[in-house]
Structure formats: structure tokens, C-alpha cells
Design a protein around this ligand. Structure first.
Ligand code: SF4
Ligand code: SF4
Length: 149
């Protein structure tokens, strides 16, 4: 039986592009810059003010991937920053240690922020993507009482 090696140019033949090289034959690379120009002290510049290049994932939205989304309830939040620390997509918006909301362009709806929120009831809860935030806030659960032992 013929061995399947990465150098057998399978993909290239199937595409009919004989003049192209296989992925393992590429010798030159390219650099995709995150920013247009040089950005000094980028950590001090708010994300929405950074000069992102078209190659940066910040310029693309993933909102259409989501089927559920986190909704934020400011009235209960204690600004502990847990959600900001744990969000795997940097989609919690926080300024000067105050939680401001969710970046719905980049949030993927994983629910991690809800899991780590310590308040009672939680200040973030997952709802269906189509749910209006006002309707979600109207359904917010009451504070859970401690069970007597
Ligand atoms: S649902 Fe996931 S991606 Fe969206 S804000 Fe929460 S932790 Fe971040
Ligand atoms: S984890 Fe909950 S309480 Fe803490 S900042 Fe986020 S929303 Fe507010």
C-alpha cells in the first residue's frame, strides 16, 4: 500500500494547480502586522482607539457564531473583575476597574464569565441570542437565601 506522505502534493494535484507548492515546501513567509504603523505603549490605549490593521482579528466580528449570549445586570455587579480576568476572548469591557459591559462583536457565548461571577444572584446570565436585554433584565432571578442546616 502506498504511504501517504505530506510531500506527495495531494492537495495541489486535486486543485489542478501544478505550479503551486505544497504547504511543506514553502520557504518564504510573510508578517501580518497587527497595527497600521507603530503603536507606542499599546496597553495604555483603549482597544477601540488602537489603529488595528485589517489583518487583526479585532476588525472581524464573530457575533454570528453565538446562539446564546451573556446579559449584564449593572445593579448587582460589584466590579470584582473576575469576568474580565477569565473571559477567553477579551470581550468584557472594563475601564478603571469598572465593568462596563460586553463586547458583542467578539464574545463567542462560552458562558465562562457567568460561571465566575460571584454575586447572588449573578450579575451576568446567559440568554438566547435573540432575547432583548430589557426582557432579560426583567426575568432576573431573586437573591437565593441560604438553606438552613
Ligand atoms: S460568554 Fe465567553 S466570550 Fe462572551 S464575554 Fe463571557 S466569557 Fe467572554
Ligand atoms: S464577575 Fe460579576 S460581579 Fe464581578 S465584575 Fe463581572 S459581572 Fe461584576
Amino acid at each position: 500500500m502506498k504511504g501517504v506522505l505530506p510531500t506527495d502534493r495531494r492537495g495541489v494535484r486535486e486543485l489542478g494547480a501544478e505550479d503551486l507548492v505544497g504547504w511543506d515546501e514553502v520557504t518564504h513567509g510573510v508578517v501580518l502586522n497587527s497595527f497600521d504603523g507603530i503603536v507606542e505603549d499599546v496597553a495604555q490605549v483603549a482597544p477601540e482607539e488602537r489603529p488595528y490593521s485589517d489583518f487583526n482579528s479585532y476588525t472581524a466580528t464573530v457575533a454570528s457564531w453565538r446562539v446564546i449570549k451573556p446579559v449584564y445586570n449593572r445593579d448587582i455587579c460589584i466590579d470584582c473583575q473576575n469576568c474580565w480576568v477569565w473571559c477567553p476572548d477579551t470581550s468584557i469591557i472594563s475601564r478603571d476597574k469598572q465593568m462596563l459591559g460586553i463586547d458583542y462583536d467578539h464574545c463567542k457565548g462560552c458562558g465562562v464569565c457567568v460561571e465566575v461571577c460571584p454575586t447572588n444572584p449573578k450579575s451576568l446570565l446567559m440568554f438566547a441570542e435573540a432575547q432583548e436585554p430589557e426582557d432579560a433584565l426583567a426575568k432576573w432571578p431573586e437573591k437565593k437565601k441560604k438553606e438552613k442546616k
